[in-house]
Design a protein around this ligand. Structure first.
Ligand SMILES: O=C(O)COP(=O)(O)O
Ligand SMILES: [Mg+2]
Length: 224
């Protein structure tokens, strides 16, 4: 398949791509730090720790106290905090619901491929009314491996019953780009997301074939 040919399946990252989850994530992280008598992290520092799943987020957020922290217990504490507020201050990026609905109605097979654990992902998909759109939902704890490993992308393709050459990965970070490259899958990224604190334009090398969009409408238009 030549680069940029029309896909049959579209695999979406969640945090930083479909949903601006940062306000709730940062709040839960700072509630956790408060329990450990640690100062609140500034918003931008906390959000740069998002990307490699919630267990890694907790580890990164407690880096200044790691020698004294039981990470299993800390994750449980974070999970309680985040469950209590998950979705409260989370917003979809502009035109995401309209765009997903249009792509679904146009016959594309859609999937979620996120590093976010399923316990937090599924309630958000229900809250935003998106669950019916997705023929596959691969979360950070669905498989042994998370992005940037290619396995989540390959698993979603298998569940959608398409070959990876017929898929397009849509994300916001190098975890999405590297997973797509390892799986040999087309990839586009939005530049409004998180990418662990680094502008995605700077992270991508010049000869990279990944397209960069700044609005969800641009993705939908590129697939019409
Ligand atoms: O939970 C994370 O760390 C990131 O989630 P994402 O893969 O949807 O960006
Ligand atoms: Mg993301």
């Amino acid at each position: 398949m030549p680069p940029h040919s029309q896909p049959r399946g579209i695999l979406f990252d969640l945090d930083g791509t479909l949903l601006h989850t940062a306000p709730d994530l940062v709040k839960a992280i700072n509630q956790l730090r408060h329990e450990y008598h640690l100062a609140a992290l500034p918003f931008e520092s906390a959000i740069s720790m998002v990307g490699k799943g919630a267990q890694n987020l907790v580890k990164r957020a407690l880096a200044d106290a790691l020698t004294t922290v039981d990470l299993t217990m800390a994750y449980q504490q974070f999970s309680q905090h985040y469950h209590a507020i998950n979705g409260d201050s989370t917003e979809e990026y502009a035109e995401v619901t309209n765009g997903l609905s249009a792509l679904y109605r146009a016959g594309f097979k859609l999937a979620i491929v996120t590093n976010k654990p399923s316990e937090f992902t599924l309630p958000l998909l229900t809250q935003f009314g998106w669950k019916e759109y997705f023929g596959s939902i691969v979360c950070g704890d669905t498989l042994t491996h998370k992005k940037p490993h290619p396995a989540p992308i390959l698993h979603a393709c298998s569940e959608l019953d398409i070959s990876v050459s017929e898929a397009l990965m849509v994300g916001d970070s190098m975890n999405d780009v590297l997973a797509a490259q390892a799986a040999n899958c087309q990839c586009v990224v939005f530049n409004y997301g998180y990418n662990e604190g680094v502008a995605i334009e700077h992270a991508l090398t010049q000869n990279n074939t990944v397209r960069i969009f700044s609005h969800f409408d641009q993705l939908v238009a590129s697939l019409s």
